[in-house]
Design a protein around this ligand. Structure first.
Ligand SMILES: NC(=O)c1ccc[n+]([C@@H]2O[C@H](COP(=O)([O-])OP(=O)(O)OC[C@H]3O[C@@H](n4cnc5c(N)ncnc54)[C@H](OP(=O)(O)O)[C@@H]3O)[C@@H](O)[C@H]2O)c1
Length: 302
């Protein structure tokens, strides 16, 4: 079974898997990696104002030779450089070198300035003006979605959130809310149990399913995220991995395998948060160590 396209609540369709340009260094690497993803068969590219590589992404898209309607482009309003939404979309269109964006997202509720309702009405105006085909949000929880829907004329077509087994239990209320309101969930960073938290509780059921399906653990994670009804966003600099991601569209996990991954994910949820805390505290710890060293040096000199 290939990666199907999924119908959005505004009548447009989105490819079930997308290649993301986050973390790819600005410059020819982005153009080369997007070019490689398109050559391998990706027809959905996910970028953002804050990734600072829209220009290089657009270059690869233009050079691919694909017609504009053959490629699905998402970019996001990330609140960069204090630009407003209207100025930002015009800037993104110009950098990407296209006349419209397929899907434009508010990257995070905290960049919805001055408030969610006002920012969303500006997004609605972009759709009415034909600059974007679909509009949505990212990293919104239930409370923020409720605030948005309270005054919205157009429902968000998608909510792009992290979706991997170690956050699934926590994301479940948001996913349920999206399902109830016809908002498609896009799941980013699906491979965290392999890339950042290996050898955790999820490893065992992942390996089990991978063995049965003669697949890699990466592929099993993508099949798991798809089983949750999500559009998947992933990435790789390696052609063989990209080919594997696309081939994962043919994998079907059993109900028991999905349940085992969910259960192990819920068990390992704490690991995810401890890692997150350690990572966010690291700069502060480093700064404190440097400050103490400087003070020691100062007192040793006086
Ligand atoms: N809206 C948001 O706030 C938000 C946040 C994060 C991400 N996103 C979007 O989602 C996209 C995907 O996010 P992500 O990069 O976090 O997705 P991911 O699919 O979880 O991770 C992809 C990364 O995993 C590495 N990888 C794959 N298989 C591996 C393996 N077996 N062992 C070690 N490393 C492996 C790849 O590196 P190699 O190059 O070495 O293969 C690649 O860098 C982003 O590019 C972005 O477009 C959105």
């Amino acid at each position: 079974m290939p990666w199907d396209t999924i119908k959005l609540n505004d009548g447009n369709s989105i490819p079930g898997i997308g290649f993301g340009t986050w973390k790819i260094p600005k410059g020819h690497e982005t153009t080369d990696e997007v070019d490689q993803a398109i050559s391998v068969g990706f027809s959905h590219i996910d970028t953002a104002q804050i990734y600072r590589n829209e220009e290089e992404t657009g270059k690869a898209i233009r050079e691919s030779g694909l017609k504009r309607e053959e490629i699905f482009i998402t970019t996001k309003y990330s609140g960069m450089d204090m630009l407003d939404i209207e100025t930002s979309i015009k800037d993104s269109l110009s950098k990407l070198g296209v006349s419209y964006i397929d899907l434009y997202l508010i990257h995070h509720p905290r960049v919805a300035r001055p408030d969610i309702t006002t920012a969303w009405s500006e997004m609605e105006a972009l759709k009415s003006a034909g600059l974007v085909k679909s509009i949505g949000v990212s990293n919104f929880g239930v409370k923020e979605l409720e605030t948005l829907l309270d005054k919205a004329k157009i429902k968000p077509a998608v909510n792009q959130i992290m979706l991997q087994p170690y956050v699934y239990a926590e994301q479940a209320p948001t996913i349920d809310f999206c399902n109830k309101h016809g908002i498609i969930v896009e799941g980013y960073s699906p491979l965290i149990p392999v890339t950042q938290l290996p050898n955790g509780p999820v490893t065992r059921p992942l390996k089990g399913a991978a063995k049965r399906l003669k697949a890699t653990e990466d592929q099993v994670l993508l099949a798991w995220a798809r089983a949750k009804g999500a559009v998947i966003l992933t990435s790789s600099s390696k052609k063989s991995r990209l080919e594997g991601y696309l081939a994962a569209g043919d994998l079907a996990l059993s109900e028991d395998e999905i349940k085992a991954i969910d259960k192990a994910g819920a068990k390992g949820q704490r690991r995810h948060y401890i890692m997150k805390r350690v990572k966010s505290a690291l700069p502060l710890v480093c700064a404190s160590v440097v400050a103490v060293a400087l003070l020691n040096h100062y007192f040793a000199c006086v």
